[in-house]
Design a protein around this ligand. Sequence first.
Ligand code: FRU
Length: 525
Amino acid sequence: MERRHYRPTYHASIPSGWCNDPNGMIYYNGKSHLYFQHYPYAAHWGTMHWGHFTTDDFIKWELQPVAIRPDQDYEVICGCCSGNAVEKDGRLYIMYTAAQPDRQRQCLAWSEDGGITFTKEPSNPILTAEMLSEQVSTRDFRDPKIIVRDGWYYCLAGTRIIDPALPQPSPRAYASNMSGANTADLVHHARLMINPSDPNGDVLGGMIDLGWGNLILFRSRDLYHWEFLGRCLYRQPGFSEHYYTLNGVYECPDIFTSNGKDVIISSPQNLPQMGNSYQNQHSVVYIPGKMNWETGRFTMDSINELDAGFDVYAPQCMTMPDGRIIMIAWKEMWDRTMPMTEDGWGGTYTLPREVEFKNGRLYQNPVREIKNYRQNKVEAGAMTLKDGSLQVKGVEGDIIELDVTFRPLDCRTLGVRFFKGTEHETVLTFNAEDSTVVFDRTNSGVPIYGVEVNTNTRTCDIDETDRIRFHIFLDQCSAEVFINDGRFAMTGNVFPDAEDTGVEFFCTGGSCEIESIVKYDIIVE
Ligand code: FRU
C-alpha cells in the first residue's frame, strides 16, 4: 500500500515545525489574519513564537514571516503563548501571555506594517496577576481575549482562582497530574522540552499556587491599565460540580454575542467525562448565557461540548465586516500521537466555521467560501435501502465534500463508511435506539494513541432524528462532520492509505430512505 501524503489541501497547514492554538484572528487592513502558536525548529512543542497566515477567503492561506519571537527575558522557556489581536486607533495590537513555567504575565506588541512585524512594548509585561487580584493565580493566568464594547476594552482570560474560601485541589492530585503525559499544561510542555527523559524534573521552582480553573473578566480604557471585574463561573443550580472544580485551566477563552445571546467558548483541561460528553482528555465547551459586564459574572443557560469528535481544541472566533462570526480551532488534541510529525511538521486547523446561536444550540457550518472550490458534482437520491449497503458511481474520493440526508424509517442503524479501502474504513453510524451518532476510527489506518482509554470512538447525542443529515468534509487525513445542518459537529483525524477512497452507505435492522446524496471534489489549485 502506498504511504499516505499527510498534508491537507484545503486546510491551513505549516510547511515545517510545530503549530497549536489559533491566536489573534482578525480582519484588518483588507485581509483576514490568523496568528498561531508556533515552534519553527522542530515538529514538537517548544518555546512559543507566533506564526502568521493571511487569507482572502479562508481556504487559501498565505504563510507570512514569524510575527513574534521569544527574545525577551520575561519570555524564557515557554515563550510567547496564546493571546489575541485588536485594532486601536487604526493600529494593530496583540496581547499575549509571556510564560515561564512558574509565572504567566500579559504583554503587548503592535504593528505598523499591516500585521507583519511587531514591536514589543518596552514596559512589558504590562499586566500581572498581582495587579488584578490576589485571587488570580500567578502561575496560571493566560490566553487573553480582548473584546471592544461600549468604549471599553474587555479582556477574558483563563486562570486558577486562589480563594481560601474555596476547597483547593490537593497537592497530590496536582503532582500526579504533572507526572504523566496527561496534561496540556505549560509546565508539562516545558519539562519535556528541557529534559525529555525526565518529565518530572524541576523547572524554575515548578509548582506553586493551586486553585480551581475559572475565567476572569477585566477591562481597560487604553489596553495598558486594567481593572479586575471578577470571575465568570459561579455555582448555579443544575450544573455539575466538575465545571467549578476544574483541576486545570479554562484555556483560550472567547466571547461573542449571536442573535442576542452571549456565548463563551473555552477549552477546559482535564474535564471529566459526563455521559457521552467530554471523552477527550481536554475539551472545548460553549456556554450560552448572559455576561454581566460590570461584575464579570456569567449567568449560564447551559454548557455544551462544542464538537463531539476527537480533534478540536482552542477555537477562536473573529467577526467579519459582513457580520459573520468565523471560528477556527486547532484540529488536534494534546497528549496524542500525531503521525504527520514523521514528516517534520505537526499541527492542523479546522475548516473555518460560521457559527450562529439559534434554537438553543451553537450551529457550526463550514465557511461558505468553500463552495467556490467545488468541482465534479455527482448527485443521487430518493432511494430506499433495506438491511444492506450501497455505493454510488462517482461518489468517492479523499478530498471531497459529501452531503447525505437519510430518513430512518424502521432501521436500527444507518450511516456512511468513508476513506474505505480493502483494509481500512472510517465509519459514521446513527443509532436509532439511543439517538446517537458514533464516529469510529478503529480501522481507519495508522493507529493513534493517547492518554484516554478510548481513542477510537466518539459518541454524540443528537435530537430531531426524523431526518439525519451528514455534511462531511474529507481532506486526506481528516473528516469534519456537520450533523443536521450544523446543530452538532464531530471532527477527527485519521491516517488511511492513499488507496482508501471508497464511500459506502449502509443501513441495518430495517430500512431507511436516502433522500439525497451530493458529492463534490474540493480542488484548490
Ligand atoms: C492551549 C495552550 C494555551 C497556551 C498555549 C501554549 O493549547 O496550552 O493555554 O497559551 O497552549 O502553546
